[in-house]
Design a protein around this ligand. Structure first.
Ligand SMILES: [Zn+2]
Length: 413
């Protein structure tokens, strides 16, 4: 087994303040980031995902102001509502400091990553974030028209100060709460949080190092958080035995209303009230496939969704059903398609990417050996943004015919 790759020591460092203000139905703050490109670039790019069609269509909006680069006011423009461009020349290896203020207008009780249901607020993909892909440059995939993600972000460190109005709102978030109102999240590619009136349960997993599991169930959900915590502990231990050690010391799950499934962020997941079953194991699968090994979710959605569905199927005992699932026309043979394809064929998205991805892996052969190949993939590509060739190469280390099998489902290097 190859040693796990380490996070880039020159990764971006974000300092973020977040003020959740329920009376004004908005969330605002300051963002500072120190970024060191590994290739020369003539701009900085930030993605503002709440301005994509799905969230903007229900009333969310993210505004920015007071933009500086290197301490001086910077020109800026939008190439589309989700893409802020700051022109300027930056050589490789030279740190650059960017800063801005931001303000997010909240939508209502929508089934998505930014939502407000009374005191419960979901904040995922909610602040401007750098879409830099090491060795490639800026990722500019369009936002998907429906519930899905297209974000790509490098592993980074986040130092986050949260205030709320009213002041006694509960907050659950990525990373570790090291003092009141302050979170630090290290070697993660995004930061997300939820507020609410939470009943909290805690537990410890051995995955194999100790992982502090925190589950908060928002008032009115009728959920016993201890049940979710017990399941999360089991899944963390099982997934880590299959795919390699869980990479962080915390895992936090916020259960909030008006959410039908789950939404994954590094070390932090949002789930709806009736999702203890396959959603818990699926979203935890994303801690290896999306969170640890990143991918461009717009260009290669199967790399995270197909692998998380495989992890779910292995844990839940449903993998044989995925292995023999019949995949319909429009989905069969299209596993490797980008979100631009699935946006136009949304009815086939789950079958074509999630189920077909798990099916393709299960058809490689002995499932214990598939787990082994995915463990190799996770070790080699940890903290990176992987491409289809990286997965196929790792599969081929165990299954010499892997490229042929994956190609038969429409996935190519
Ligand atoms: Zn998923």
């Amino acid at each position: 087994m190859p040693a796990r790759a380490q996070p880039d020591p020159n990764r971006p460092r974000y300092t973020l303040t977040v003020n959740v203000d329920l009376p004004s139905n908005s969330v605002s703050g300051d963002l500072k980031v120190r970024f060191t490109p590994d290739a020369p670039t003539d701009k900085l790019v930030f993605r503002l995902w709440p301005n994509g069609p799905a969230l903007a269509g229900v009333g969310s909006h993210l505004d920015v102001g007071n933009i500086t680069v290197g301490g001086t006011a910077a020109p800026s423009s939008f190439s589309n509502p989700t893409t802020l461009v700051l022109p300027g020349t930056h050589p490789a290896g030279q740190p650059v400091d960017a800063a801005m203020t931001w303000r997010l207008t909240l939508p209502g009780a929508v089934n998505d990553r930014v939502a407000r249901i009374g005191d419960a607020v979901r904040l995922g993909s909610f602040f401007p974030i750098l879409p830099w892909e090491s060795g490639v440059g800026w990722d500019d995939e369009p936002p998907p028209p429906q519930f899905a993600e297209a974000s790509t972000a490098p592993t980074a460190d986040f130092d986050v100060t949260v205030t709320t109005n009213p002041a006694d709102l509960g907050v659950l978030a990525s990373g570790t709460q090291d003092r009141p109102g302050h979170w630090s999240a290290t070697a993660v590619r995004d930061f997300a949080m939820s507020t609410g009136r939470f009943t909290v349960a805690t537990a410890t997993a051995r995955a194999p190092d100790p992982v502090s599991v925190t589950v908060g169930a928002s008032a009115g959900t009728g959920v016993d958080p201890a049940q979710f915590a017990a399941k999360a502990v089991n899944v963390l231990q099982t997934h880590s035995a299959r795919f390699g050690p869980y990479a962080w010391s915390t895992y936090t799950l916020a259960i909030t209303p008006s959410l039908s499934g789950g939404i994954e962020y590094p070390t932090f997941v949002m789930q709806g009230p009736s999702t203890i079953g396959r959603t818990t194991s699926h979203e935890l699968g994303h801690q290896w496939f999306y969170s640890l090994v990143g991918n461009n979710q717009g260009r290669d959605p199967w790399l995270d969704e197909g692998l998380a569905t495989y992890a779910e199927g292995r844990y839940e005992g449903t993998i044989d059903g995925f292995k023999t699932a019949s995949i319909g026309a429009g989905a069969a043979g299209h596993l490797g398609e980008p979100m631009t394809y699935w946006g136009n064929n949304h009815a086939f998205y789950n079958q074509g990417v999630y189920i077909q991805g798990a099916k393709a892996l299960a058809n490689l052969g002995d499932l214990n050996l598939v787990d082994c190949a995915l463990r190799i993939y996770a070790a080699r590509n940890a903290y990176r943004i992987a491409r289809p060739a990286d997965l196929i190469n790792s599969l081929a280390a165990v299954f010499p015919n892997a490229a042929q099998v994956m190609a038969s489902f429409g996935a190519h290097p």
